[in-house]
Design a protein around this ligand. Structure first.
Ligand code: ATP
Length: 233
C-alpha cells in the first residue's frame, strides 16, 4: 500500500534521511522505532510531503505521490497526526470533528461522528465542551478522531504514547488494535518498545536517517544487540 524508496530528506543543508526505504502492506500496523533525533518524524513528514524528499520516491496505492502538495496527499487518503496535538481550542469537540470532515477523501466515509464517539466515549460525553479544557490524552484522541473524519486509508501517528497518562496509553493501544480490526493501515512512530510491540505487526528501526532493522518483534527479541544499539530501553 505504501512504498518508500530510497528517500533523501533535508532541512536546509542538514541531510536527515539517507536513502531510506521501507514498505507497508494493506491492513498492517508498522512501528518506526529509534532514538530521539533518529529521523522518525522526518520520515512521516516525508511520506506526507510536508518535507519534500530531494531524492527517492513515495508511492501510495501504486501511485507516485512524490512532490505532491501535502493537502493533495491528505485527500488521497493519508492521515497524519503530529506529535504536537493540533486541536482548535476555541471550538467544541464536535466542531473540531466537523473541521476534519472538510478535508475528506473521496469515497464513502467509514468513520462517522457517531462511530468516533463510540470509539472515544470520553469525547462523546463532552462533545459540547471547548478544546481548551481537555487533558493531553484527550487532545491526542481528538486529533486522531478529527484525522479519521478525513476518511484515511493510511493513518500515521507520531509518538501516540508520548506525554499521556498510563491509563490513556492503554486506551490508545486498544484503539490502535481496533483500527487494525477495521482494516486500517497504520504507521506509528515510537520510542516506547513495549507499546510498539503491543500494537504493531512489524518494526522498522531507524538511526541517523537510515534503516537498521526491518522485521518482526520476535526477530528483534532474538537480536538484543540491535535493540541495545539503536533503542533506548
Ligand atoms: P524525536 O523522537 O525527537 O521526534 P525523531 O526520530 O522523530 O526524534 P526527527 O524529528 O525526524 O527525529 O529529527 C531528525 C533530525 O532532524 C534531528 O537531528 C533533528 O534535530 C533534526 N531536525 C528536526 N527538525 C528540524 C528542522 N525543522 N530544522 C533542522 N533540523 C531539524
Amino acid at each position: 500500500m505504501l512504498e518508500v524508496e530510497g528517500i533523501h530528506s533535508f532541512y536546509g543543508k542538514a541531510h536527515i534521511l539517507n536513502g531510506l526505504s521501507f514498505s507497508v502492506g494493506r491492513g498492517e500496523v508498522v512501528a518506526l522505532l529509534g532514538r530521539n533525533g533518529a529521523g522518525k518524524t522526518t520520515t512521516m513528514k516525508s511520506v506526507m510531503q510536508l518535507v519534500r524528499p530531494r531524492q527517492g520516491r513515495v508511492r501510495f496505492g501504486g501511485e507516485d505521490i512524490t512532490g505532491w502538495p501535502a493537502h493533495r496527499v491528505a485527500r488521497r487518503g493519508l492521515g497524519y497526526v503530529p506529535e504536537e496535538r493540533r486541536i482548535f481550542t476555541d471550538l467544541t469537540i464536535l466542531e473540531n470533528l466537523e473541521v476534519g470532515r472538510q478535508a475528506r477523501r473521496e469515497g464513502t466515509p467509514f468513520w462517522t461522528v457517531e462511530a468516533l464517539f463510540e470509539l472515544f466515549p470520553n469525547l462523546s460525553e463532552r462533545r459540547h465542551n471547548r478544546g481548551k479544557a481537555m487533558s493531553g490524552g484527550e487532545q491526542q484522541m481528538l486529533t486522531i478522531a478529527r484525522t479519521l473524519m478525513g476518511n484515511p486509508g493510511l493513518l500515521l501517528l507520531d509518538e501516540p504514547s508520548e506525554g499521556i497518562a498510563p491509563v490513556i496509553v492503554e486506551q490508545m493501544a486498544r484503539t490502535i488494535l481496533r483500527f487494525k480490526d477495521e482494516g486500517l493501515t497504520v504507521i506509528i512512530s515510537e520510542q516506547n518498545l513495549h507499546f510498539a510491540r503491543a500494537v504493531a505487526d512489524r518494526a522498522v528501526i531507524i538511526e541517523g536517517g537510515e534503516k537498521k532493522f526491518d522485521g518482526s518483534f520476535a526477530e528483534l527479541e532474538n537480536h538484543p544487540e540491535i535493540r541495545d544499539a539503536y533503542l533506548s530501553v
